[in-house]
Design a protein around this ligand. Sequence first.
Ligand code: NAD
Ligand code: UFG
Length: 346
Amino acid sequence: MTEKILITGGAGYIGSHTTLEFLLAGKEVVVLDNLCNGSPEALLRIERLCGKQPELIIGDICDASILNELFDKHRIAAVLHFAGLKSVSESVREPLAYYENNVMGSLNLCKAMARAGVYHLVFSSSATVYGDPAQMPIHENVPTGALTNPYGRSKLIVEQLLQDLADSDPRWSIAILRYFNPVGAHSSGLIGEDPQGTPNNLLPYVAQVAIGRFSELAVYGNDYPTRDGTGVRDYIHVVDLASGHLKALQAIESTNGVKTWNLGTGTGYTVLEVIKAFERASGRQVPYRIVSRRPGDVAECWASPAKAAEELDWHAVHDLETMMIDLWRWQLKNPRGYSPQAIQLV
Ligand code: NAD
Ligand code: UFG
């Protein structure tokens, strides 16, 4: 039986781009996804791009029997664990769903892995675990912060759980990847981010203003201590993020314990700079209005990617302009994401 990589959440935004990257690198992939925020269409499109479609198992990481069956049926070499819920505001309204999917789901996955003798894991964490650090850029040794929402806490709890697990058994080899702000889409325009309902994040919202679904963008605050008063973030092309997973898995293949890497570009842009870059890339205007700050937002958040550069030989290669061009191509080709329905214009 060929060894495969299990990708939980592989039908979602980052998981689908990473699935493509792994298939292109010649790996066999099995995707486990409950499709609560993913689409089987993404996997069909991956086949169009690389000639191979990963097997999709529709199921939940909270379901131990599905996990055990999967590990019994397939010879899994390692797991990339993307599956989870990711909306900060929703996590405040529905904390139990976040602790259940993100914490209990990860715990279930680790139990099933141990039962099957699979000890290599790459976990999708977030720069949110740093809270609001006093200094930029953020290095991995900056202490994790006081978190203000259940989503962030669920990521930090899983990080701690993974450390305890690796401390208890030297067979575990775990990469914790702290993503900064993933944006953009595959350059083909065939796969990209398909947020359900009104997007929470800046770039999907900007693109949907440009396509005519919303009339204007609300910019959350222009009174931060930054270049132009708007929030600064480290936007990273999703394809760069995907390639970071390949490098991280290679790096943990022959070690043990937990390794933590930031995946960011090392450059921060303000909201207004991002809007301008998007307008240049798309040739469309993005009307916006300054409103008050969004609770829980920090002024600045950008990475030092030096550790990933040194230890993984990984560098983000796509610049902001390319992120915007690729996002716009995806949005134009797929005005309603993976859904075949026509777009409702405002
Ligand atoms: P996404 O919602 O597009 O993908 C997550 C996928 O997991 C979806 O396809 C969803 O259907 C699936 N899923 C969710 N709960 C599941 C469950 N219980 N069982 C099985 N499948 C389940 O999100 P994404 O942007 O691709 O994020 C992937 C991971 O990266 C998440 O863990 C997220 O928290 C983390 N992350 C994302 C960002 C970001 O800004 N996108 C930033 C930092 C970290
Ligand atoms: N913003 C707006 N208007 C919007 C949306 C966002 O002005 O409609 C601003 C925010 O105030 C912030 C910036 O755009 O200054 C980026 O906001 P996002 O919501 O796109 O991203 P966040 O930095 O708040 O958070 C994202 C993910 C988190 C993840 C974090 C990691 O949503 O899950 O990146 O840095 F943890």
